[in-house]
Design a protein around this ligand. Structure first.
Ligand code: NDP
Ligand code: OXD
Length: 347
């Protein structure tokens, strides 16, 4: 028993000395493994949100088993940066020194402010942000304002019980221009509340419970049938001023508009005329041709316009960080990235 115990003691002792020697040697001669093989990621989003993003990104990198060196110093060794986390309103505008970047991850859902940046080489993949937080936020914004119009909440100013009989949701058609990630989720949410949904996209689609239309003739049907029209379109040459005097003339009298996509989709002067002559009975506008919306703009003081300051939906650091980490993992494994911007189409 004693002899056996002695054997075990000496076995452990010799191995302990061996491993501690290795550890010490490694510690003094080689840099930490994490640094030697790290993937270099630069954060170039809003500077004041870095502390929040840093914490969530580091958590997400661990979850996705990525050995990342993360920094917000955009000037430090740009040629060694592998991935760029980006916001068009952040500190980075010139990508030309990032000669070895493997991808740029835009933290915004819309990519219009970066697709035309001449310093970003077309060979570097660009992704946009679609995270669960942003999606949920947009669904809440759109459903909230559709319900506001549906229930005529802006008209409830006096005790006029007898004259109010709100149609049921199943009697209303909500048109959704832009049936993408966000438009599709809003369509599903509104459909689950019994609204009849007419969705419009560039390409032909099928979506359970949604009447799908596309192309020019499809647009005419959606415009002429909808009681409430929701815009969730990207800013591209094709979508500019899509809503104008001509297209508004095809709409039901007293249609309501909700624009949470991009301000470029609406001819603002034509909309003001349509609001004045009653073609459009209400507009909720979150995005504008010029942002912030100039203080003398007619939308601010129009009684049938609700202006919100481009807040319909925002990426949330916790869920957006996971999307970034998943995309880095995909890129490192040579798998296709999520939410890649098609720069020819502009979205
Ligand atoms: P997606 O790219 O997933 O969807 C865009 C949709 O628009 C697609 O259905 C697309 O058609 C359709 N579309 C594009 N061009 C045309 C066209 N010429 N004719 C008809 N349909 C067209 O984008 P998301 O849903 O993620 O986001 C939509 C937009 O919302 C963003 O581009 C951004 O500008 C805006 N946004 C605004 C926010 C805010 O806070 N206000 C927040 C987040 C986003 P197809 O499916 O055939 O490609
Ligand atoms: C946008 C966003 O694209 O805030 O507007 O993500």
């Amino acid at each position: 028993m004693l002899r056996h115990g002695k054997r075990i003691d000496s076995f452990f002792l010799s191995h302990l000395l061996y491993f501690s020697g290795l550890l010490q040697l490694g510690h003094s001669l080689a840099p930490p493994v994490a640094k030697r093989n790290a993937i270099n990621v630069i954060y170039a989003g809003y500077p004041d949100r870095y502390p929040e993003y840093q914490a969530y990104l580091e958590e997400a990198f661990q979850e996705f088993r990525l050995d990342v060196s993360l920094s917000d110093n955009i000037h430090e060794n740009p040629s060694e940066v592998d991935y760029i986390i980006y916001n068009p309103k952040g500190p980075l505008q010139d990508f030309s020194t990032y000669t070895n970047a493997k991808a740029v991850f835009n933290l915004q859902a819309g990519a219009d402010a970066v697709t035309n940046n001449p310093t970003l080489s077309g060979s570097i993949p660009l992704t946009r942000m679609v995270d669960p937080g942003l999606r949920e936020g947009m669904v809440e914004y759109v459903v909230g304002h559709v319900m506001r119009y549906h229930l005529s909440m802006d008209q409830l100013k006096e005790w006029a019980q007898g004259s109010i009989l709100t149609p049921l949701a199943r009697q209303r058609i909500v048109g959704i221009l832009g049936l993408g990630e966000l438009g599709g989720s809003c369509a599903d949410a509104l459909s689950s509340l019994n609204f009849r949904i007419y969705g419009w996209s560039r390409s032909k689609k099928e979506r359970e419970g949604i009447h799908c239309f596309h192309g020019a003739s499809g647009l005419d049907t959606v415009l002429s049938e909808s009681d409430i029209l929701v815009l969730l379109l990207p800013n591209t040459p094709e979508t500019q001023n899509l809503i104008n005097r001509h297209s508004l003339s095809k709409c039901k009298t007293s249609v309501c508009l909700i624009n949470a996509g991009r301000g470029s989709s609406i001819d603002e002067d034509d909309l003001l005329v349509a609001l004045d002559d009653g073609t459009v009975s209400g507009a909720t506008l979150d995005v504008f041709k010029t942002e912030p919306l100039p203080s003398d703009h007619g939308f601010w003081r129009h009684p049938r316009v609700l202006v919100t300051p481009h807040i319909a939906a925002k990426s949330r650091a916790a869920s957006a960080s996971r999307v970034v980490a998943e995309n880095i993992q995909r890129a490192e494994n040579n798998q296709p990235l999520l939410y890649v911007v098609d720069r020819d189409n502009g979205y």
